[in-house]
Write a protein that binds this ligand. Structure first.
Ligand code: HEC
Ligand code: HEC
Ligand code: HEC
Ligand code: HEC
Ligand code: HEC
Ligand code: HEC
Ligand code: HEC
Ligand code: HEC
Ligand code: HEC
Ligand code: HEC
Length: 328
């Protein structure tokens, strides 16, 4: 009932708006129709192309040696690729014949090239612009997954957020030869992580912009087991020990948070407005976040409120001689 009466109401209104509505409704279907046809054609084209790429990748895994032509053939038509290939490290793949042509030269990355070399049809060769980020990573990881630096890439925050090898590295158009980077650090990292940049201009900061240490001293851009893609020491300890070895201990008397919560319980790792990269402007405020002191805990007649706690508790990262960290 309700539906019917609604329809009837619309029928009455339409003629009233006739002039305007008719024009619009005549024009619209034609225009909208063309557009949706366009869109459909595009997605059909797109999914056909996607299928082709998938088939190429699958075929590459199965191809026998006869499907490979060698880089000399490729360079007959692509001589502009010779320079980057020879100046980068990948020419070395030619010297390693153990795994056959699928791991050598241009075709190590671009897949078997016979069909493409004969037809010059660009859809018959693996083009990285046509691959998804994960497909790209897998292509590279066929060789680079070994070793602790890259084995975690497939579950890294970078890949999970759509950042793949070719966002940071370029095989043919690199700007920094060492590591084939598209940009030097830290600019490479700032190009996406603009939000961390201000910290490195604070009054106290790790000298990354000055080139003394790099983002990748602390982070592994290829991912890892720790949060924030942080690196760790060889013994899987906090990464800071890599450089600040004197803080590592073990101490007869550990200051618990150094080991349990880590250095960032008290320090800002990138930069800080406070000396020693501390989280608080006054040492005391920092200590009192965790320690509530009662009168009998404090040495008599010490005006602790006004003195830096570390004036007396000097060995704040741990001590071998004093349970209250008076001496190292
Ligand atoms: C007979 C000449 C010829 C040979 C041999 C040849 N190519 Fe090509 N290749 C072409 C042409 C033509 C194109 C299309 C050019 C374009 O799109 O700019 C192309 C395109 C490509 C592309 C895609 C470029 C893009 O647009 O992303 C890649 C990758 C490629 N070739 C790699 C290779 C490799 C690897 C080999 C050796 C296995 C090889 N080619 C051998 C002629 C050749
Ligand atoms: C280590 C992997 C790898 C090797 C080896 C390699 N390529 Fe590439 N190629 C790529 C990637 C990745 C791209 C996408 C652009 C980039 O990252 O520089 C690419 C892009 C291309 C393109 C597209 C045009 C362009 O300028 O980007 C052509 C053509 C090409 N490669 C041909 C070759 C030829 C010829 C060889 C051998 C001499 C070769 N490639 C060796 C990975 C490789
Ligand atoms: C066929 C195996 C193979 C494939 C596939 C491959 N690489 Fe390599 N890659 C190598 C070898 C071998 C070296 C040289 C290692 C050395 O010098 O010890 C190398 C070195 C590198 C380096 C270090 C450069 C330097 O200056 O030390 C980077 C970066 C790199 N590859 C990135 C990539 C990327 C990105 C891809 C995918 C587009 C890729 N590789 C695919 C074998 C491969
Ligand atoms: C977010 C940027 C980024 C991504 C994504 C990335 N890399 Fe790297 N990669 C770097 C930087 C920066 C270095 C130099 C590290 C250093 O100086 O310690 C490097 C170094 C390397 C090296 C040489 C040093 C080494 O550890 O052996 C290889 C090989 C390499 N990357 C391969 C890859 C491959 C393969 C992928 C994809 C599976 C990839 N990278 C993804 C930034 C990246
Ligand atoms: C192409 C863009 C891009 C580049 C270049 C890039 N990153 Fe990232 N990075 C991302 C995205 C996107 C994420 C995931 C979202 C996020 O946490 O910000 C991420 C995540 C991270 C994380 C983990 C953050 C977390 O919350 O867990 C760290 C650490 C990191 N990147 C460091 C680096 C370093 C170091 C470099 C330079 C070697 C670099 N990134 C280069 C885009 C990029
Ligand atoms: C001295 C070691 C160190 C250096 C150098 C360093 N980081 Fe970090 N970074 C850390 C630590 C530790 C954390 C985790 C902080 C936390 O958990 O509170 C972190 C966190 C991050 C995060 C996660 C988001 C955030 O702000 O907490 C990103 C993104 C990041 N760093 C990017 C970078 C980039 C880009 C560079 C270089 C310009 C860089 N880092 C240099 C130690 C470092
Ligand atoms: C790659 C080596 C390296 C790593 C890793 C590293 N640092 Fe540093 N750190 C330095 C250097 C070098 C300095 C002193 C030079 C400067 O920046 O003025 C420094 C300075 C400091 C200072 C200030 C010291 C002072 O006297 O003012 C603190 C605090 C600090 N680091 C804490 C950390 C923490 C926390 C971590 C882990 C998140 C860490 N560092 C990781 C190299 C490193
Ligand atoms: C409980 C808080 C706390 C923790 C956790 C902590 N620190 Fe500190 N750290 C301090 C304080 C406070 C100072 C300043 C001491 C002073 O005022 O003399 C300091 C100073 C430093 C300094 C500069 C002076 C020196 O002794 O060399 C470095 C470097 C440093 N810390 C590194 C680290 C590292 C690395 C870690 C993790 C292993 C860490 N800190 C964990 C509180 C802490
Ligand atoms: C993140 C929390 C945290 C911060 C910040 C912190 N501490 Fe502690 N501190 C602890 C914990 C936890 C213990 C171990 C307490 C226990 O075993 O009962 C401890 C132990 C101590 C002890 C040994 C005495 C005892 O009760 O075992 C002293 C002294 C001490 N802290 C001084 C300081 C000073 C001085 C600062 C500031 C520079 C500081 N702490 C900052 C958490 C913290
Ligand atoms: C003038 C030197 C001095 C200053 C400054 C000082 N302390 Fe102490 N602190 C002591 C003495 C002395 C003891 C008792 C040591 C003992 O029992 O052997 C002590 C003991 C402690 C203990 C251990 C208490 C317990 O249960 O045994 C903690 C925790 C502590 N101080 C934290 C702090 C904090 C936080 C500050 C800054 C707000 C601070 N101290 C400032 C001298 C000082």
């Amino acid at each position: 009932m309700l539906r019917k009466s609604k329809g009837g109401w619309r029928c009455l209104v339409v003629p009233v708006l006739a002039g305007f509505v008719v024009c619009a409704s005549l024009a619209q279907p034609a225009w909208a129709g063309r557009k949706s046809q366009d869109k459909k054609a595009k997605t059909e084209q797109q999914s056909a192309a996607d299928k082709q790429v998938e088939q190429l990748l699958e075929a590459a895994d199965k191809a026998d040696a006869s499907q490979y032509v060698g880089e000399d053939t490729c360079l007959q038509c692509h001589d502009d690729m010779a320079k980057s290939f020879n100046e980068g490290p990948h020419w070395k793949t030619l010297q390693d014949q153990r795994r056959g042509p699928a791991f050598q030269g241009c075709e190590a990355c671009h897949g078997p090239g016979k069909a493409h070399a004969e037809s010059a049809d660009p859809t018959k060769i693996i083009r990285f612009t046509a691959l998804t980020k994960t497909e790209t990573a897998r292509r590279c990881l066929r060789c680079h997954q070994y070793g602790k630096d890259h084995e975690n890439f497939l579950r890294s925050a970078h890949l999970k957020n759509g950042v793949a090898c070719t966002d940071c590295h370029s095989i043919h158009h690199f700007n920094v030869g060492r590591n084939l980077l598209v940009k030097a650090q830290p600019l490479l990292c700032y190009s996406c992580h603009l939000d961390v940049k201000p910290a490195f201009s604070m009054p106290y900061h790790h000298k990354v912009n000055e080139g003394l240490i790099a983002c990748t001293n602390c982070h592994n851009p290829h991912g890892g087991f720790l949060t924030r893609q942080l690196r760790s020491t060889a013994s899987q300890d906090v990464l800071c020990f890599n450089c600040h070895t004197d803080k590592a201990g073990p101490f007869a008397h550990e200051h618990a948070p150094v080991k349990t919560e880590g250095c960032v319980a008290c320090h800002m790792p990138h930069g800080s407005p406070n000396p020693r990269l501390l989280r608080r402007s006054q040492v005391n405020l920092l200590c009192l976040e965790c320690h509530t002191l009662t009168v009998d805990q404090i040495a008599p007649a010490t005006p602790t409120k006004y003195q830096a706690c570390t004036l007396c508790h000097v060995a704040i990262h741990g001590s071998n001689t004093s349970p209250v960290f008076f001496t190292p």
